[in-house]
Write a new protein. Structure first.
Length: 624
């Protein structure tokens, strides 16, 4: 068994090519890579097991080498600098853009002295389970198993050692040594070799051109820490986009645990309608309309069919069958089993996604995105279904595996669906039964305020008739269900801050004491970062800029050394938990940064995409 084990989640950095992505550790090991798509079987899976499941280490032979790293400005090219007793060497990792077959290029640059280097390549296809047949032809190594082929090209001599491919070499100042690993279907000829230096130049230029289009929040100084966090978040969101279809994955990883040793380990390499919609808002706010159009078109293709069959997630090309299985041959990240492939939540009924779709379509119209003639037709069909379905219990935003309930947040999002339909008629002249939708909007609003609100505690609750709190209700003011100054929202924000915020100031999704009863799983998870950003948003909406900025800066501090966020953090240690990097967390950061940029400009004007429903000039929502 290989001695290599995965590092801390925060010790990884992302590289990608908008088709798939890899995680590179601080010590120079590539421990996670799925080819050729985000949701393809991994060929390096040490992240979820050990070195026997595949990795690609490239680092100084000196075990005491010290590493620092950064992304080249405006790009997804990762630069790791190793300092040793004998000199300094720099490793640049990237995935070339625009190639017909994906791959990883690693460039070793000598900076000073002479540094002994070692490369170890352990390829294991099918999530670390399939040992390939390896052949050597000059400076090219070819590994084949089943449908997959990986070809390693380098001028450095390599040798086989057990089931590994090894290279040992020395690099001096101003010397450069390239390594390129390229994937292709095994039944086709190997991909043609390309000049790694030219690929580097082209890839850096591509990312910098994309970043140059970004519109940053007002009053956020260029080059400031907040500006750099927003830029890095947007680059990360772009990297999670599957370019051929426009789909956006929630994360490039699977089964990273929400608690070490726990069972809350899920596959996030798919396109959640909810997460992708949040991402669309952040991209629209930041001037990236092309991605918004591509995602909308992906959405329209994915949801085609009977509205009762709407799924809450799909594959990157719109695939529906995401059957969940457990991979018993993998021990899990630091022993956190089971490792799950696929996601059974894809079959759940989640009422809120109908509101998310309507909100997304409405906001693309408000942003001036050219309309698609099918989008309104799709919305009206979904609204016809929702007219009868909104009274049904569902699995809720957190995709609980316990009994269906009348989750209050789900009903609020049903209200959003009818509200955005009314506004689309009023603002854009779309054809539809606006009077009927107004009536339904009022019915939903009235029921939520009567059955989802606890007057004794002055707070909205997790589901009808419960006393439990849920941080998702922080969204009620962000989507315009109630004004942020309404006493019911003020009470809800105060209750969440009092009862769901831990001693470190981080917000839990809901109480751990009742988690098993609600979601059917053992309790225990980290603090969910987007919920904490939503609390900062609510502070901003009522003009509490001091507390909003304080919380935002605290949350930003949980980003790792290259600006990446996971889904959750352990409040006591700050250690990252959950799949990484997480689109939901980076979206929340971008939207909060836009909200907080209003700072001293007076009351919040709901410029963030999450607030678009409340500033359309058509008056406030019904009082309930």
């Amino acid at each position: 068994m290989s001695a290599r084990l995965p590092l801390r989640i925060e010790d990884y950095a992302l590289i990608g090519d908008t088709h798939t992505a890899a995680l590179v550790a601080l010590d120079g090991s590539l421990d996670w890579l799925c080819l050729p798509r985000f949701d393809s079987p991994a060929c390096f899976a040490t992240l979820l097991g050990n070195g026997d499941n595949g990795y690609w280490q490239l680092s100084p032979a000196d075990p005491d080498a010290k590493a620092t790293r950064r992304y080249l400005p405006g790009t997804l090219a990762l630069e790791t600098t190793f300092s040793t007793r004998n000199g300094v060497v720099r490793l640049v990792d990237f995935m070339p853009m625009g190639n017909t077959t994906p791959g990883v290029v690693r460039l070793v640059h000598g900076v000073s002295g002479r540094v002994s280097m070692r490369m170890e390549l352990v390829i294991r296809f099918d999530y670390g389970s399939a040992v390939p047949w390896v052949t050597q032809d000059g400076d090219t190594m070819r590994a084949v198993a089943g449908p997959d082929c990986l070809v390693l090209s380098t001028p450095v001599p390599t040798r086989g050692e057990g089931f590994s491919t090894i290279a040992e070499f020395t690099v001096g100042a101003d010397e450069h040594v390239p390594f390129a690993l390229r994937w292709s279907p095994s039944h086709l000829p190997p991909p043609e070799a390309r000049d790694p230096a030219l690929e580097f130049d082209d890839t850096v230029a591509w990312w910098q051109a994309w970043s140059a289009q970004t519109e940053h929040p007002d009053d956020v100084a260029e080059g400031s820490p907040r500006w750099l966090l927003v830029e890095r978040s947007l680059i990360t969101l772009k990297a999670l986009t599957y370019a051929p279809t426009g789909g956006i994955v929630a994360a490039p990883t699977m089964s990273l645990p929400e608690r070490l040793g726990g069972v809350r380990n899920w596959d996030y390499r798919y396109c959640w309608l909810r997460d992708a919609t949040f991402t669309l808002y952040a991209l629209l706010l930041s001037g990236h309309e092309e991605e918004a159009v591509a995602w909308r078109d992906w959405l329209l293709r994915a949801v085609a069919g009977a509205p009762a069959g709407l799924q809450i997630m799909y594959g990157v090309a719109g695939e529906r069958r995401l059957t969940e299985v457990e991979l018993d041959h993998l021990a899990g990240y630091r022993g956190s089993a089971p490792v799950r492939l696929g996601n059974a939540a894809s079959t759940q009924f989640q009422l809120d996604v109908y509101g998310e779709i309507a909100d997304a379509m409405h906001n693309t119209r408000r942003a001036g995105v050219p309309p698609d003639p099918q989008s309104w037709q799709v919305e009206t069909v979904l609204l016809d279904f929702l007219e009868g379905a909104w009274r049904e219990p569902d699995a809720g935003i957190w995709e609980v595996r316990g009994p269906r309930r009348h989750f209050t947040h789900s009903k609020v999002m049903a209200w959003v669906a009818f509200d955005r339909a009314v506004r689309s008629v009023e603002l854009f002249g779309n054809d539809g039964p606006a009077d009927r939708w107004r009536g339904l909007r009022d019915d939903v609003h009235r029921e939520v305020c009567e059955q989802g609100f606890d007057p004794a505690r002055q707070t909205f609750t997790q589901y009808y008739g419960s006393r439990q709190l849920d941080a998702s209700m922080l969204m009620a003011s962000l989507v315009g269900f109630l004004p942020p100054s309404d006493p019911r929202m003020v009470g809800t924000v105060a209750a969440v801050a009092r009862e769901l915020t831990d001693q470190h100031g981080l917000v839990q999704r809901y109480s751990e004491d009742t988690a098993a009863d609600v979601d059917g799983l053992p309790g225990g998870e980290g603090a969910f970062l987007p919920c904490s950003f939503w609390l900062a948003d609510n502070y901003a909406l009522v003009g509490n800029w001091t507390e909003a900025n304080r919380l935002f800066d605290q949350l930003s501090g949980y980003a790792n050394d290259v600006g990446l966020l996971s889904e959750e953090v352990d409040p006591a240690t700050g250690t990252m938990l959950g799949n990484f990097p997480q689109a939901f967390s980076h979206v929340a950061l971008v939207n909060s940064a836009h909200n907080l940029s209003m700072g001293s400009n007076g009351p919040a004007s709901h410029r963030s995409g999450r607030h678009h429903g409340a500033d359309t000039g058509t008056g406030r929502p019904p009082a309930g």
